[in-house]
Ligand binder design. Structure first.
Ligand SMILES: Nc1ncnc2c1ncn2[C@@H]1O[C@H](COP(=O)(O)OP(=O)(O)OP(=O)(O)O)[C@@H](O)[C@H]1O
Ligand SMILES: [Mg+2]
Length: 501
């Protein structure tokens, strides 16, 4: 890997990067930064969690002329959360140079944004609808934009933003640099690239698999009605530090998070029907570890970078392989390890195989623990926790009370009680989870995917952390739905082509 100091980056930006804890450039960063600094247009594709944000953020910051108060860079992202996250990262990268960054997205009071736009931000990050709104109101002037970034371009198309994007692209000076990041390259993206980019350098970080090596991938075959119990047992045994559970529909997310709370877990749901304020507060609680489990739909979690997510559970198998890749990519980020478990009903096995064919990686079957095994598993975890606390040897403050307890009681009984208090015992408080219809029957087929040549890889256990950053190695053709026609209506920044149910 290359050090940032070898990439011709200004000292102030290098300092900002080391403040962020970045020492070496990831592969996608290395290539994109080099081309980016040369002023070339770049199309970037690389696996989840491999630092695509800084890959465009660094050259973008380097180009900002601090003496110029105009908007010089525009970044377009599909969702509000993503826009906020991207702008935070760019702000950090630009910290040394004091670059001014503003985020604009739907759902936030427009008056406030208009006032903020008058304060001469140099970089604007936003969602397509709201950016367009500002262009139309003439509150966002783009005639000095030199760098334009499209993050998660394919997702923006899926969400039906194609027209908005085309209009925005046409409003930005032709003499500019365009950086486009996308997980896949459907024809519509290729068309954008041909129409709006100048001889783009294509940086595709090659790797055998679409998913990073450091995520252990498993599946659990189970009937729909058994899923919730199995999930609770798995949670009890895994005791994830932070987990994300994906459900297929909004109702599913609501019911699941409610049920988890009833059973004593700290969980909250997030999906497109919640107000922006609620979505942000849920995300904040999750990032601050005030809740352990985030229950989400696909749309709500795309691109989210939350460090320390140890487990991803697909309570419902996603319909298309790209969703799978993005969902499980919420763990195993920046070289850390993670575990992904996908529930699949017997009728949906064809979907599982299609996912495996696309990712070129086998999921290992996971035999769910029985209630007894889950209990014993938890007791063992509790025992380990107690041992660890003892080893740390910071118990002085607790010794007098322990001595007092030991006066009238049996030591073994007290220890058993301690283990019990750390164990979730089976709980049959009634919960309500409406059964979801399985995905329509689909035969597993190996002919329909570009990648073909599935290389069985049953070694799923290997948690190598280095050298596995790679890219979407192609072969994901054809599974994306094309962006649907624009439904009328004025509500912007809302998923359209792909709506949550
Ligand atoms: N060079 C680096 N060294 C260490 N950490 C890094 C480096 N670059 C990025 N990171 C961190 O890695 C994490 C993932 O980065 P980022 O969100 O940009 O990934 P991504 O490729 O955009 O993923 P996704 O496909 O899910 O959108 C972030 O927390 C980021 O701060
Ligand atoms: Mg990203």
């Amino acid at each position: 890997m290359t050090k940032f100091s070898e990439l011709n980056i200004s000292e102030s930006t290098q300092n900002a990067l080391s403040r962020m804890g970045f020492e070496e450039a990831t592969p996608i960063q290395e290539s994109t930064i080099t081309f980016g600094m040369e002023g070339k247009d770049v199309i970037g594709q690389a696996q989840t969690g491999t630092g695509k944000t800084a890959a465009f953020g660094i050259p973008l910051i380097e180009k900002i002329d601090m003496n110029d108060t105009n908007v010089q860079a525009l970044v377009i992202a599909p969702t509000r959360e993503l826009a906020i996250q991207v702008s935070e990262e760019i702000y950090k990268i630009g910290y040394g140079r004091r670059a001014r960054v503003l985020t604009v997205y739907g759902g936030q009071e427009i008056g406030r944004q208009i006032r903020a736009l008058r304060n001469n931000p140099q970089i604007v990050v936003g969602t397509p609808g709201r950016i367009l709104d500002h262009i139309n109101r003439k509150t966002l002037k783009l005639n000095n934009v030199q760098t334009l970034v499209l993050d998660e371009a394919d997702e923006m198309l899926n969400m039906g933003f194609i027209e908005d994007i085309n209009t925005i692209l046409a409003a930005v000076p032709a003499e500019r640099q365009t950086l486009l990041f996308s997980a896949t390259m459907p024809p519509a993206i290729r068309k954008i690239a041909e129409t709006f980019m100048k001889n783009p350098e294509i940086v595709k970080i090659k790797s055998k698999e679409m998913t990073v090596e450091n995520i252990d991938q498993y599946y659990v075959k189970s009937q729909e009605r058994e899923k919730f119990d199995i999930l609770s047992r798995l949670l009890n045994v895994h005791q994830p530090e932070l987990a994300i559970i994906f459900g297929r529909t909004k109702r599913r997310v609501d019911e699941l998070s409610h049920a988890l709370n009833i059973r004593g877990y700290l969980a909250e749901g997030i999906h497109g029907d919640l107000t922006q304020a609620k979505r942000m507060s849920v995300l904040r609680q999750f990032k601050e570890n005030k809740i352990d489990i985030l229950v989400a739909t696909d749309v709500a979690a795309r691109g989210l970078d939350i460090s320390g997510v140890t487990h991803v559970y697909n309570f419902d198998i996603p319909q298309d392989p790209e969703s799978y890749v993005h969902r499980i990519g919420r763990t195993g980020r920046a070289g850390k390890s993670g575990m992904a478990i996908t529930f699949v009903t017997p009728r949906e096995m064809g979907y599982l195989r299609t996912v495996e064919e696309t990712t070129k990686k086998r999921m290992n079957p996971l035999q769910p623990p029985t209630e007894d095994e889950a209990l014993i598993g938890q007791q063992r975890v509790a025992m380990e926790q107690l041992k660890e606390i003892v080893t740390k040897n910071e118990l002085n403050d607790y010794m007098p009370l322990a001595a007092e307890l030991l006066q009238g009681m049996d030591a073994q009984e007290i220890v058993a009680a301690a283990i019990r208090s750390l164990t979730n015992e089976p709980d049959d408080t009634p919960i309500k989870i409406t059964e979801e219809r399985p995905l329509p029957n689909r035969k597993s087929s190996s002919s329909s995917r570009g990648g073909g040549g599935y290389k069985g890889n049953r070694s799923g256990g290997g948690r190598s952390s280095g050298g596995s950053r790679g890219g979407y190695g192609g072969g994901s053709g054809g599974s994306r739905r094309s962006s649907g026609p624009r439904e009328g209506g004025t509500r912007r920044d809302r998923p359209r082509g792909r709506t949550e149910k």
